[in-house]
Design a protein around this ligand. Structure first.
Ligand code: BTN
Length: 258
């Protein structure tokens, strides 16, 4: 079964616009154009293929035809720019819960917002915000979600083969059910975002807590143990000399030690 706006719309419990394209550069780019033209909150852009799928930190996101879910949601949240992490973390929980529910495979979150199954990254999130001129208000946020649903023909490219994995090993197309499940779960959290109702679920799915990690900063890599997260999703780590630090996303990443 091919993904279609009609199928997804039937499965969601919110009255929002769903637009499905055969091919785009990036659904985040298309969503941004629509957001600038006053598209309503919640509008979802889905593509069957992306020719320039983007990830965080300037990475590309491999987006071959029909094997992944490539989706961007236009949000107009009433939150301060500094609270935008609530959107990506709630999205990570939603993707983890929905992928698990639809596939039956257990999923985990790699701090801050990558989703893993069977030790491989199966989904990533790229959220891009447009702020007001004085930088104090969020005009809109494009929440981009990419899920590797099925194994691409020929497998993943060499440079990501060891990291990327597919949610499903068979060819069954579950993209419409998965898209709807992510949308329904995400909006249930988004509607009361400041309450952080997804916090416990997020914390439980973090697979690095209590484990040795590498703390990667622009100019150093240091071994530490991931202890916990604080209420703002900062990662509390402890270094071998006993010193503790709370890491905020953006500046650092935490890689589980092999
Ligand atoms: C990452 O893993 O660093 C984030 C990947 C985000 C990929 C999704 S796919 C839909 C949307 N369009 C893009 O170009 N990127 C996001």
């Amino acid at each position: 079964m091919d993904i279609s706006a009609e199928n997804v719309k039937k499965l969601i419990n919110k009255d929002i616009d769903i637009i499905v394209f055969d091919e785009v550069t990036s659904t985040n780019d298309v969503a941004k154009i629509l957001a600038e033209k006053d598209a309503s909150e919640g509008t979802v852009v889905i593509a069957k293929k992306q020719t320039s799928g983007r990830g965080r930190k300037g990475h590309t996101f491999f987006s071959p035809k029909d094997t992944g879910l490539y989706m961007s949601i236009i949000l107009r949240p009433a939150i301060a720019p500094e609270d935008s992490l609530l959107i990506t973390t709630s999205a990570a929980v939603s993707v983890a819960e929905a992928t698990e529910k639809v596939s039956g495979v257990s999923t985990f979150i790699k701090w801050v917002n990558d989703v893993y199954a069977d030790g491989k990254k199966i989904a990533g999130i790229l959220s891009e915000a447009m702020l007001s001129e004085d930088m104090t208000k969020t005009e809109y946020v494009i929440l981009g979600i990419g899920v590797n649903v099925n194994e691409p023909d020929g497998g993943f490219p060499d440079d990501i083969r060891n990291i990327a994995g597919a949610l499903r090993k068979n060819k069954e197309d579950i993209r419409d059910v998965l898209a709807a499940s992510i949308i329904n779960t995400f909006f249930s959290y988004y509607e009361k975002l400041p309450e952080k109702t997804f916090f416990d679920e997020y914390r439980q799915r973090l697979f690095i807590l209590g484990k040795k990690i590498d703390v990667i900063k622009p100019d150093s890599v240091t071994e530490a143990v991931a202890l916990d997260i604080d209420s703002d999703f900062g990662l509390i780590v402890q270094y071998p000399d006993g010193r503790k630090e709370t890491l905020t996303s953006g500046e650092v990443s935490a890689k589980p030690k092999e």
